[in-house]
Design a protein around this ligand. Structure first.
Ligand code: AMP
Length: 586
């Protein structure tokens, strides 16, 4: 049995926690050893030779010789790998699989190398957070209703397997073994997870979960958006689902033969179950507490709820009733970073303890906050951008994450901003703040995804007065007017009055607290903010567009800003605008 397989099948949560404690007590040494291992394995690569590392493996030489890079800097190396050049370019062992990152931030997926070591760290992270979670909320011999979706895998020109990172993970036999070891295998058969039609897969995930409703102990997805999306869909199709269960015949909506065959096998007429579900749904007010009603033995809900997923927490809580929500771990297609080992923190406050043996980590300090509130807008300290090591970070400070991985990325800027909230032994616990890049900027104003999120949060309180909610949102800059202005697109759950939407628009404009924005608005260097309301279903159309491009629903993050680089999305939005309002707040 290979090392990987051994890891997956033998699994004792308490032993794993003990190992985690030992490792994190000695994070600095583990980091040195991890760097040495990475550089020993890959010292002969073209990339490391090019920078003259000459076989040295210590942190000082590494940091002196190797430059900080972004994905763009590595594009041409990765391109050669994708095209089939299997000489040691970035890694000693040839790369055989490529991950497509969700790419929703820049409008198109990007390629990153994937290998066994990344798979190994994925499993290690899953097991670590599971072990801590399981101490508080043990699950056993149940099922997990997982809203996960594989995307198509294809071969690159050079013959490498390519797919999204989550697909590479779900397809891996070890992932399934790990789920089994955690005693919560997925409710749905593989044909559903890997089905070619996302809507049909989603319908069947719901159906498979309902059939096994008493056994479901955990409800999860990679990103929380997928869970919220699934239950919004349930609201639409619940009667049809009940009919399928009553009659034991799968709806004609599911037309993909492989999915039909696999799911039909699980269905048999069960009028009693159909009645139970039907009556439970009828008894709910506005779907509050839907999840525990449908799945009475659910212990918790699990998925990434931080960062761009935060706006969905409120809706998730509504569906979850009293059930606990646990935010999942922190990572990216490029590599994993930290595990959530404090499951009791509410998802908004989730932190991630960095695993010091899965990569070598550095942190670029960001400018200390000037007004106490707007750290996320900070830029690097001039002349002091020198990154610090994992154990040198300071509590309360914000940093940009830099990773060196076993899969050929060296001193790679991930573009994420994190804040150090504390330490678990000697490894830091990070809070995810936002993506580094600015979303909205016209002149001296600087607003990030987080700023947008906070403004939308404030304005949606006004909308709540009409008992309505923001289903999803994005933004853009309209520079066709003089001066340019911010445009916020909202999909709203029902018909709001003009009066309320005007108030929402003013509130949005007033809720960007960035001094650059406020002063520019005052002197009319930025025009009045515009709120455009789009038709119901518009964001669904956007998701479909990305899925069509090869993105995985499991990794989908609504782009929070649309610009010329994703003009199709902009077009979808503009075609669906039903009303628009201009702020009169300044
Ligand atoms: P992808 O490009 O699809 O691999 O997504 C990776 C990005 O998702 C990261 O760089 C983060 O910006 C974001 N992300 C991943 N995990 C989390 C998390 N736990 N909280 C917030 N954002 C996350």
């Amino acid at each position: 049995m290979g090392m990987l397989e051994e890891m997956a099948v033998s699994f004792d949560p308490e032993q794993l926690i003990a190992e985690f404690e030992v490792m994190t007590k000695d994070a600095e040494r583990v980091q040195r050893e991890t760097l040495k291992k990475i550089l020993d394995e890959n010292g002969a690569t073209e990339y490391l030779q090019k920078w003259g590392l000459d076989g040295r493996t210590d942190p000082d030489s590494f940091r002196t010789c190797i430059p900080l890079v972004t994905h763009e800097d590595l594009d041409h190396f990765i391109k050669r790998i994708v095209e089939g050049d299997n000489s040691p370019i970035l890694t000693g062992k040839p790369i055989t699989t490529i991950s497509l990152s969700s790419g929703t931030t820049r409008g198109m997926p990007k390629f990153v190398p994937f290998n066994d070591e990344l798979m190994e760290s994925t499993i290690q992270i899953y097991k670590t957070s599971y072990s801590f979670r399981n101490r508080e909320f043990p699950v056993g011999n149940g099922k997990c209703l997982q809203f996960i979706y594989g995307s198509k895998q294809f071969k690159t020109k050079g013959g490498l397997a390519a797919g999204t990172a989550t697909t590479n993970v779900y397809r891996n036999p070890l992932f399934k073994k790990t789920m089994k070891a955690m005693q919560t295998p997925c409710c749905s058969p593989d044909e559903v997870i890997f089905g070619p039609d996302f809507q049909q897969s989603l319908y069947c995930h719901l159906l498979c979960g309902l059939i096994l409703r008493e056994e479901v102990q955990v409800i999860s997805s990679t990103f929380a958006h997928s869970i919220v999306y699934a239950f919004r869909t349930f609201e639409q199709y619940w009667e049809e689902l009940c009919t399928d269960i009553r009659e034991g015949v799968l709806s004609s909506r599911v037309s993909v033969p492989s999915i039909r065959t696999a799911v039909s096998k699980l269905l048999e007429p069960n009028p009693e179950l159909a009645d139970t579900i039907y009556n439970k749904c009828k008894g709910l007010s506005n779907w509050y507490g839907l999840i525990p009603e449908l799945f009475p033995n659910t212990r918790y809900i699990y998925g990434i709820m931080t960062g761009s997923m935060e706006p969905y927490i409120k809706k998730l809580r509504h569906y979850a009733g009293e059930l606990p929500l646990f935010s999942a771990d922190y990572g990216s297609s490029e590599g994993w970073i930290g595990a959530n080992v404090n499951p009791n923190l509410p998802p908004e406050l989730a932190t991630f303890a960095v695993l010091p043996n899965i990569g070598y980590f550095e942190f670029i300090p960001l400018r200390p906050c000037l007004d106490g509130l707007k750290q996320e807008n900070c830029t690097s300290l001039p002349g002091e951008t020198k990154p610090v090591g994992l154990t040198e970070v300071k509590v309360g400070e914000e940093y940009e994450v830099v990773v060196t991985t076993f899969a050929g990325l060296y001193r790679y800027r991930l573009g994420d901003v994190v804040k150090v909230k504390g330490f678990h032994n000697s490894t830091p616990e990070l809070q995810f703040i936002c993506r580094r890049n600015l979303l909205l900027t016209i002149n001296i104003d600087k607003n990030t995804e987080k700023d947008l999120q906070l403004a939308v949060e404030a304005a949606s309180k006004v909308l709540a007065e009409d008992k309505l909610e923001v289903v999803d949102f994005t933004s853009g800059v309209d520079s066709s007017t003089e001066p340019g202005h911010y445009v916020i697109f909202w999909e709203v759950s029902g018909d709001a009055s003009d009066d309320i939407l005007e108030q929402c628009c003013n509130c949005l404009d007033k809720s960007f607290f960035d001094a650059g924005y406020i002063s520019s608005r005052k002197v009319k260097a930025i025009g009045a903010l515009e709120l455009r309301i789009v038709k119901r279903g518009t964001f669904h159309e956007i998701l479909d567009h990305y899925v069509g491009l090869g993105a995985a629903v499991s990794q989908f993050k609504t782009p929070r800003c649309v610009g010329p680089y994703n003009s199709t999305v902009l077009q979808i939005l503009c075609n669906n605008v039903v009303k628009s309002y201009f702020s009169t707040a300044f």
